[in-house]
Design a protein around this ligand. Structure first.
Ligand code: SF4
Length: 158
């Protein structure tokens, strides 16, 4: 196995841009993957937990924002991609998600948006394109590049 192709490595550990030929295979993963944990026979006996530390968090709700989109259980990709660095720090205080860093999580959300483009409804696609246009001008080079890539993918199916 080439660990450099692992989605968990790409979305959590890798700093900078993600190689273009690996982006499609990331699908909608924005932080890790762990399908190998799901299918590992040793994990079949592992008990489920309801420990609070393992329950999904919610993103801090900003005024005027749709609270329904703020759960971190299957979060909206646009919500993740639009997070500010301050929101990221607040939302993921004490969480392993901080390992990816703010710019890494936004980068991943951009790529996931690019991959999801064809399956998005017209309205969601328009919202995504608008956001990606804004992120394409980000001062963070890795975010700007990922947003431009995602935008070009969505534009290609328009
Ligand atoms: S299944 Fe496991 S090894 Fe494969 S990409 Fe996902 S996390 Fe990496």
């Amino acid at each position: 196995m080439d660990a450099r192709r692992c989605i968990s490595y790409l979305t959590i550990e890798l700093r900078g841009t993600i190689p273009e030929d690996l982006r499609n295979g990331m699908g909608a993963h924005v932080f890790g993957c762990d399908i190998c944990q799901d299918v590992c026979p040793w994990n079949r006996r592992a008990p489920y937990t309801d420990a609070a530390d393992f329950l999904p968090r919610s993103l801090p709700t900003a005024a005027g924002r749709d609270a329904a989109g703020d759960s971190l259980l299957l979060p909206k990709l646009t919500r993740l991609a639009a997070m500010t660095e301050a929101e990221f720090r607040e939302a993921f205080h004490g969480s392993p998600v901080k390992r990816a860093k703010w710019r890494g999580l936004v980068r991943n959300a951009c790529i996931a948006l690019g991959n999801a483009g064809a399956s998005l409804e017209q309205e969601a696609r328009g919202e995504s394109m608008h956001l990606l246009e804004q992120l394409s001008a980000s001062a963070e080079a890795v975010i700007a590049e990922s947003a431009r890539w995602a935008l070009s993918r969505i534009q290609a199916i328009e």
